[in-house]
Design a protein around this ligand. Sequence first.
Ligand code: ZN
Length: 378
Amino acid sequence: MDNCDLEKLSVSAGTLEPPFKASSTSYKVTVASGVNKITLDVLTSDSGASYRIVTGDGSKVIDLKDGENLINIEVTAEDGTAKKYMIEVTKLSASSALLTDLKITGVLNLVPPFASNVYEYSCTAPFFLNTVILQPTLPDKNMKVCVNDSDVAEPVLLNVGDTLLNVKVSSADGTKAQVYVVVISRMQLPHLVSFNDIKDQVEFECPVSLTALYRPVSINGSDPKHTFSAPYIELLTRRSKVDPLDEQPLRKNWRNPEYDLDKRISAASVRCCYAYRGCSSVLKLTELGHHLKECPNKPPPELEVKIVTDTEWYKTDFASSNKLEFQKKHTLQIRNWEKRLQQAIGDNDIEKLCSNAEEQIQIYKQRLPKSGNCFSLN
Ligand SMILES: [Zn+2]
């Protein structure tokens, strides 16, 4: 009998990764900082086979230290064939302040993808999204996490451009903290913004694009502060490393994101972009993207026939039996013109008028200077 497989292998804390299968011999388990012992449950496939726990004193209950703990199990078949199973148990340190995972509203992608030991991320959100919910995974239920000093369960309001999120994680024993920084950038509104207050229009205008500041960035060291929309200043400084307003060379870390200004712009009141279609909504700029998606005055994505055929101009000029209305009007205008001419000349005969005109043209042509006699006075 050479069967040296295990039929069962399980642990009292944590979960085996991958799940147990007789042919897999290597597993990982992570346990919380408060777990000091782990108990194994082992059963061989063949009743004639035996197993031995190599780690510790050979007992099924194993003491754990912080960090990595290797547990080896040796299975020997009846005929002496042997096989080794291994479990790597990671006991989290009570002073660890690292997240296992971080998701934003479930669907937004972090760049780079999340890793416990990477602390800075960026993230792009659609223009209509003005709140997000953070979903951090804590390896230890005794750890704490907050976002911008608020409860992590609370939805986070997004600015219309960039929003800075500080995700602060505290270790289970409270001795250590780690901050993960996430900058969420919303896509630019596909419309021009019109502020309700003309003062805002002036204050929040990018001096390069002459439109509302979007993801404002100021130049470090500029005085007074020179602030631009990020996409425009990035484009301008790609080749020439100077401040476009005063041509001063840019310092090494010239880029200064203005999150607070972004917040103020986001709170400014604006008119709906479909005001021209009758929408009278006035709302915060940060809510505009969402409103535009739902606005009852939003034009349909494709031009419907009814939109044209329901207009007054269509009904008067085209809908009535044929489209000759324009031509009729035009003819009428010509008749008016003839009438006025007849009144001026005092003649009713069109033939006569035309021959009169011909005569006038002939006289005019004779009077024109000919080559060689430009200075002739006759
Ligand atoms: Zn609207």
